[in-house]
Design a protein around this ligand. Structure first.
Ligand code: NAD
Ligand code: ZN
Length: 254
């Protein structure tokens, strides 16, 4: 479908939200760009600057593990200081009034939790970069702990103090298995909703991009909010091709 102007789009979204009983927001990097965290695919996005490190590469060499942590700490200022944006706050408001039972996200920035959504109600498909885990025994490590050892050793990625396994941010890297429990929860939510909001995702990464399609096929209304067009725009009930913060700000107070 063609995207209406901003005001019309917001009005139609308001009607769809009012008429829905279970709204599932599905968010991507675009909801966090106004918080100072760049997305991957926009011009100037992270991928135009460096290739991601695959899971296999991380496992294969100490150099790649060191490099992976070096990059993570270089991004700490952006991630560590980021506060929820208008999109996060609008979804948190809809959550508080019971419209949104849970949020499904591809983001790893912890900003939905920071906006007031209970951690259990944020379904993270790609994990979380604000803490780390041991790949062997799943022990949790805070980034401060990793950084102290990284700095003290001249930039060497530390190992798990209980089992010696590799410690990695709790994110899903390319080539790493998707978290099964989160995928199942996302699927159940998608099939139980009557309104699905795809927000700030280019919808090209499979299997995440399959959820909007699944919702639509199951009879839910599909809304896509993204400033660039996506391949699913043609099957959406409403496309808002505008800035996310601007489109969602009116939903912060309701
Ligand atoms: P993407 O980079 O593929 O797509 C982001 C989309 O958001 C783009 O189409 C862009 O046009 C749009 N966008 C950006 N800012 C916007 C704004 N203010 N208003 C409206 N639209 C805006 O992101 P993706 O599809 O989510 O996939 C990339 C993967 O990389 C994610 O799954 C995630 O795991 C990871 N990632 C996460 C973060 C984060 O946690 N904040 C940031 C970068 C990448
Ligand atoms: Zn361990």
């Amino acid at each position: 479908m063609t995207a209406p102007d901003l005001e019309t789009g917001i009005g139609r979204l308001r009607d769809l939200v009012a008429g829905a009983s279970r709204v599932v927001p599905f968010t991507g990097a675009g909801i966090s760009t106004e918080c100072g965290i760049p997305d991957f695919r926009s011009p100037g996005g992270i991928w135009t600057k460096m290739q991601p490190i695959s899971f296999d590469a991380f496992l294969a060499s100490q150099e790649m593990r060191d490099e992976s942590w070096r990059r993570r700490f270089a991004m700490q200022d952006q991630f560590g200081q980021a506060q929820p944006g208008r999109g996060h706050l609008a979804l948190a408001a809809l959550y508080r009034v019971g419209k949104v039972p849970r949020v499904v996200t591809q983001n790893i920035d912890n900003l939905h939790q920071a906006s007031g959504i209970a951690p259990d109600d944020v379904v993270e498909l790609h994990g979380n970069t604000t803490y780390a885990t041991c790949l062997d025994c799943a022990a949790r490590y805070e980034l401060r702990w990793v950084r102290e050892r990284f700095d003290a050793s001249g930039g060497r990625a530390p190992e798990c103090s209980s089992c010696g396994g590799y410690i990695k941010t709790a994110t899903v890297s390319f080539g790493q298995a998707m978290p099964e429990a989160a995928m199942h929860r996302a699927q159940r939510l998608t099939l139980a909703c009557d309104l699905f909001l795809a927000i700030g995702s280019s919808l090209v990464v499979w299997p995440a991009a399959g959820f909007p399609l699944m919702a639509k096929r199951n009879g839910a209304a599909l809304v896509i909010i993204n400033r660039e067009s996506t391949e699913l725009d043609q099957i959406a009930d409403l496309v808002i091709r505008e800035d996310i913060g601007t489109a969602l700000a009116p939903f912060t107070a309701n």
